[in-house]
Ligand binder design. Structure first.
Ligand SMILES: NC(=O)c1ccc[n+]([C@@H]2O[C@H](COP(=O)([O-])OP(=O)(O)OC[C@H]3O[C@@H](n4cnc5c(N)ncnc54)[C@H](O)[C@@H]3O)[C@@H](O)[C@H]2O)c1
Length: 369
């Protein structure tokens, strides 16, 4: 589905919707570092000072209305980094106008919305690339490598914890704008979860949500357990009231385990062939005593390179280098909307199980257009 309009020479010409923490600080800043592949030619934002800054810094055109940006016919790519509640409508508008689109997370908030976006991409024969850059996070890639090597045996459980202690009062705390820890931080880690379960919808989903330290009406505590036959149990937390957060990822396997986070991973495992031979005893153990033996564990560790330690820069590079190949050479997307559909199904079910009361809707402060 990827007949693109990418111009054949020079960097890809990009329009960015939104110039906030994502549109400016992640996407524009990355394009600045990749001038041979990408060039910012237009941005849209409701705020005049953000438009003026972009014009000055990037030498690009700026628009108040996203429709005016989408009306251009010289763009190879549009990045949708608008507030989350605008992801489906603005992405569909961009695809329908004939643009390839990178859509920030959360791509949508339910499967039906995402399906409309996928259908719009198919109809327009354009690329829809969900920005799930954490799939490229070095610690996650290394974890997958260790799991795939088999040394940990069968993986029984993976615990993912994106916890901290933080108070928050911006739009990301408001349900009306599709805020809350699940839709905001969740896409990074639910993506890991469904990746670890082979991108298949879990058989069972259990979710608890709460509001702890937030000014808005959306959750800032989420606990999710995913069960899938033949895959590890996933135990996922995204809590803003954890004063003693543990490791970001912990893998439990039949022959060993792994644990760690952004600054590094460690893992240890034993070789069952070299372990002491034991056999089941139904009689009380002599003494009395407990089962006791010495397993010879092999210990390993990994630390990110300097480039990988700059997680946002590293992940953006992997994502956009690959997207460049898709847009220029027709390479298949590595992160597909179909994979993200499973994430959407999980989130939809979590919200169904844990409805929180809502504040009255007020619209976006600067208007929708
Ligand atoms: N992938 C990541 O790691 C990551 C990190 C941060 C944010 N995000 C995502 O990026 C999106 C934007 O979040 P943010 O933190 O940048 O928000 P932000 O509030 O910092 O920026 C949003 C910008 O959009 C502009 N805007 C709002 N409505 C508009 C409209 N109708 N037309 C034009 N401009 C409009 C605002 O004026 C603002 O400048 C969210 O969906 C968020 O989940 C992703």
């Amino acid at each position: 589905m990827c007949a693109t309009r990418a111009t054949s020479r020079g960097p890809l010409r990009v329009g960015i919707l939104g110039q906030g923490r994502s549109g400016l600080s992640i996407h524009a800043r990355w394009f600045e570092q990749s001038p041979r592949k990408y060039k910012i030619v237009a941005i849209a934002d409701l705020l005049a000072e953000r438009r003026q800054r972009a014009e000055k810094e990037f030498g690009c055109d700026s628009y108040r209305s996203i429709d005016d940006l989408l009306g251009r016919d010289d763009l190879d790519l549009v990045v949708n980094s608008l507030p989350s509640y605008l992801h489906p409508p603005a992405t569909i508008a961009a695809l329908s106008a004939g643009h390839n689109v990178v859509c920030e997370k959360p791509a949508a908030w339910n499967v039906a919305q995402l399906d409309k976006m996928i259908a719009a991409a198919r109809k327009a024969k354009r690329i829809l690339a969900p920005f799930q850059q954490s799939r490229y996070r070095a610690l996650f890639r290394k974890t997958l490598d260790v799991i795939d090597s088999g040394v940990l045996g069968r993986i029984v459980q993976v615990r993912i914890s994106a916890n901290g202690f933080a108070r928050r009062w911006d739009w990301q705390t408001v349900q009306e704008y599709k805020g809350g820890n699940l839709l905001n931080t969740g896409p990074h880690f639910v993506d890991w979860a469904v990746c670890l379960q082979g991108f298949k919808k879990p058989d069972e989903i259990l979710c608890a949500m709460d509001r702890a330290n937030t000014w808005g009406d959306a959750e800032d505590y989420v606990k999710v357990v995913l069960k899938k036959k033949g895959a590890p149990v996933i135990d996922l937390e995204i809590s803003s009231c954890d004063a003693y957060p543990g490791d970001m990822i912990t893998v439990q396997g039949t022959q060993g385990g792994l644990s760690g986070g952004g600054s590094g991973l460690r893992w240890r495992y034993f070789d069952p062939k070299k372990a002491p031979k034991q056999k089941l005893s139904r009689k009380p153990l002599p003494g009395p005593s407990y089962c006791s033996e010495k397993l010879a564990f092999t210990e390993k560790s990994w630390a990110p390179s300097k480039a990988q330690a700059n997680a946002f820069g590293w992940m953006s590079k992997q994502f956009y280098d690959h997207l460049y190949k898709s847009l220029r050479e027709g390479a298949k997307l590595e992160i597909t909307p179909q994979q993200v559909r499973v994430q959407m199904a999980v989130m939809e079910e979590c919200h169904r199980q844990s409805k929180l009361s809502k504040l009255p809707a007020k619209g976006w402060p600067q208007g929708n257009r």
